[in-house]
Design a binder for this molecule. Structure first.
Ligand SMILES: [Zn+2]
Length: 318
C-alpha cells in the first residue's frame, strides 16, 4: 500500500512538473526594442533618446509581462532583434531615416510579424521603397508634397473605442502634428486613434515638400478632421503597427492622455492585451524630462517646468 502511494505521489509530482512547464513559458516577457535617432533640433525638440528612455522606463515599470531596451541608431549587434515582439522608432526621417539603409532587414522583421511603432519624424520616409516599407509596417507614412507639418493645438474630443485608447480622456496638446498622411488604400487595416480638426491657418496653398498641396488647401473652411495617431492591423494577422505624428515637443510626454495612448500602442503592437484602464504610468516632472537631453544642446532660457505647467493649464477642466 505504502509503495503504491509513493508511486502515485511521484506520478503526481511528475504531472505537476509537466503542467508547470507551459506556465513558465506563458510568463515570458514580450521584448520591445526602441531605436533612438540622434540630436537634430533645438533644446527639448526631437529628443529621441530622452523620449525613448522615458517611454522604455514606463513600459518596464508597467507591471505587464513586457520588457524593453533602448538602442542608439540602427543596432550593430545582429542579435539585437532576436525574439523581439516589437520595435519602436523615434528618429529623424526622410532619406536619413534609420530604416533607409536597412530596408531588407526591416522588411524581414515586418514579414515575421514583429510589431512596429513610429513616432513623429520617424513616420516620414521617401516614397518608393521607404514608403512601401512603412505602409506595410504601420499602414501609413508622411509623404512629401501630400502631407503637411504645421504646429497647432489639437483638441482630441472623443477617445477611440480601440484598446490603444483605453483609460484615456479628451485632451489637448500643441505639437507639430503632421497630418494628411498617405494611408493604405481605403484605410484597410487602419483604426484612427487620435483625430482632430486642424485650424485653417495650417492649410496653406504653398509649393513646398512639407508645407501643403491643393488637397490640403481644399479643406479650408470645411472643419475637416485629420488622423494623427493610428493603429494598424496587417492583413492575415501579420502583426501590428502604429504611427504617431506628434512628439516634436519633449514636454508633451508629461500630458497623461498622450503618454498613455502611446504606451498603450506599444503594448498593443507586441500582441499583448492592453489593460482596460490603460497602461498606468507616472507623469514625468520637469527634472525627469531634462534627463538624457544631449549635452551639446543649448538650453538658453528654456524653462521645462513652465512648459509642463502650460500643458497642465491647457488641459485644466473648466
Ligand atoms: Zn518636429
Amino acid at each position: 500500500m505504502k509503495a503504491r502511494l509513493s508511486i502515485i505521489l511521484v506520478a503526481a509530482i511528475f504531472a505537476c512538473g509537466v503542467v508547470a512547464a507551459p506556465l513558465v513559458g506563458a510568463e515570458e516577457k514580450k521584448r520591445v526594442v526602441f531605436l533612438s535617432g540622434g540630436p537634430s533640433h533645438g533644446f527639448a525638440q526631437h529628443e529621441h533618446l530622452a523620449g525613448c528612455t522615458l517611454l522604455s522606463k514606463r513600459i518596464n515599470e508597467s507591471g505587464l509581462p513586457i520588457e524593453s531596451t533602448v538602442v542608439k541608431g540602427w543596432p550593430t549587434d545582429p542579435h539585437t532583434f532576436d525574439g523581439a515582439a516589437a520595435i519602436v522608432i523615434y528618429c529623424d526621417g526622410g532619406g536619413g531615416h534609420l530604416i533607409m539603409k536597412h530596408l531588407e532587414e526591416f522588411n524581414a522583421l515586418v514579414k515575421k510579424g514583429v510589431g512596429v511603432g513610429c513616432i513623429h519624424y520617424a513616420v516620414e520616409v521617401p516614397t518608393g521603397d521607404g514608403g512601401n516599407a512603412l505602409l506595410g509596417a504601420i499602414g501609413g507614412f508622411f509623404e512629401t508634397f501630400l502631407s503637411v507639418n504645421p504646429h497647432w493645438t489639437a483638441e482630441f474630443k472623443e477617445p477611440s473605442k480601440h484598446p490603444t485608447a483605453n483609460g484615456t480622456h479628451a485632451f489637448k496638446t500643441n505639437d507639430e502634428w503632421y497630418y494628411h498622411m498617405r494611408f493604405q488604400s481605403d484605410m484597410t487595416g487602419i483604426t484612427p486613434i487620435l483625430t482632430a480638426i486642424p485650424p485653417d491657418s495650417t492649410r496653406k496653398n504653398v509649393k513646398d515638400a512639407h508645407g501643403g498641396n491643393p488637397e490640403v488647401f481644399a479643406g479650408v473652411g470645411k472643419n475637416q478632421t485629420e488622423h494623427v495617431v493610428w493603429a494598424y492591423q496587417r492583413p492575415n494577422n501579420g502583426g501590428r503597427g502604429f504611427g504617431c505624428t506628434g512628439g516634436h515637443n519633449h514636454a508633451n510626454w508629461s500630458q497623461d492622455d498622450f503618454r498613455t495612448t502611446i504606451l498603450n500602442s506599444i503594448v498593443w503592437i507586441t500582441g499583448l492585451e492592453v489593460p482596460a484602464e490603460g497602461v498606468k504610468s507616472k507623469r514625468p516632472d520637469a527634472e525627469e524630462l531634462l534627463l538624457n537631453i544631449p549635452e551639446g544642446k543649448k538650453k538658453g532660457n528654456f524653462d521645462m517646468a513652465a512648459e509642463v505647467k502650460k500643458i497642465e493649464e491647457l488641459n485644466a477642466v473648466k
